[in-house]
Design a protein around this ligand. Sequence first.
Ligand code: SF4
Length: 347
Amino acid sequence: MALRFDDAPQRVYWELTRACDLSCSHCRANANPSVDPRELSTADIFRVLDEFAAGSRPHIILTGGDPLKRRDFFDIVAHTVGLGLPCLVAPSATPLLTDDVIQTLAAMRVTAMSLSLDGSTPARHDGVRGVAGTFDRTLRIARAIVHANIPLQINTLVTAQTRDELADIYRVVRDIGAERWSLFFLIGTGRGARLSEVSPAESDDILNWVLDHEGGGRPIITTTEAPHYRRLALTRHKKVRGMGIRDGNGVMFISHIGEIQPSGFLPLTAGYARTENPLQVYRDSPLFQTLRQTERFAGRCGCCEFREACGGSRARAYAATGDPFASDPLCTYQPAALTDQRAMLRD
Ligand code: SF4
């Protein structure tokens, strides 16, 4: 099982635009309805997709903002699919996402679609998303996606504000018939800096609850920016998904203006897609290379026996300390090497 992804990313999260008609309280992109004139052109995007396809086969996740706000959105999907790259679409639940759009994406054979659901009731979800009616629209669209036979992933934000709702949201996600449920553990960046993360102990409780509910049926439950889930899964002899994958190791992000970054939550730029081949940047830039070398990490993550499988959230380490190689403060684990060292100092 590969734990180092030196040659190519497995997942490319591509923020096609920052334009969006929602106003989510945690938005990483600080999205707003207007289009940034500096966005990459269609020709730039096609060239970059060609460069990926020439040397790798990553999943291309078209996100935003709302990717449907781009006029060339369907051309980009067609180009991605035409190159044989798995194409996943992460739109916003707005009136732009019609039944016709879903049918068109099904006919174009996109690999999957994702929607966000951050509450089990209209009051809770719409409170986070900033636009009344979004909960009902999200459920309606989710059922249409499942009906169109497009695998659906529901993304849910984990914060101090949503943690008590997770069991109820899980039931909604299961009833919709979603293929996956991804729990995104808040990183305090963008508008997300206004929300509160769960505590490390609460994080362990949630991850153990996930492991209790991960029985191989639908929905498959995954986590984002909580790689220490793998440490708990290994400790409990459970199936581990996404071994080793984290910001910069198997994951890369391209911003709406072409900045090449290790993830959408780690805003450090290693190159520019407008003028550089992103695969080369991924392989050769000092930032990406160091993010793949867990022995270069500091503190607990640097000496942890789970560091190759986990490695901690580099985005959270950066948000908390300004150092992307520091320890992930959401993890409760005390690596054996540190415990041994302390015991030796006591003796
Ligand atoms: S100390 Fe770091 S590498 Fe070890 S389990 Fe925790 S987050 Fe993962």
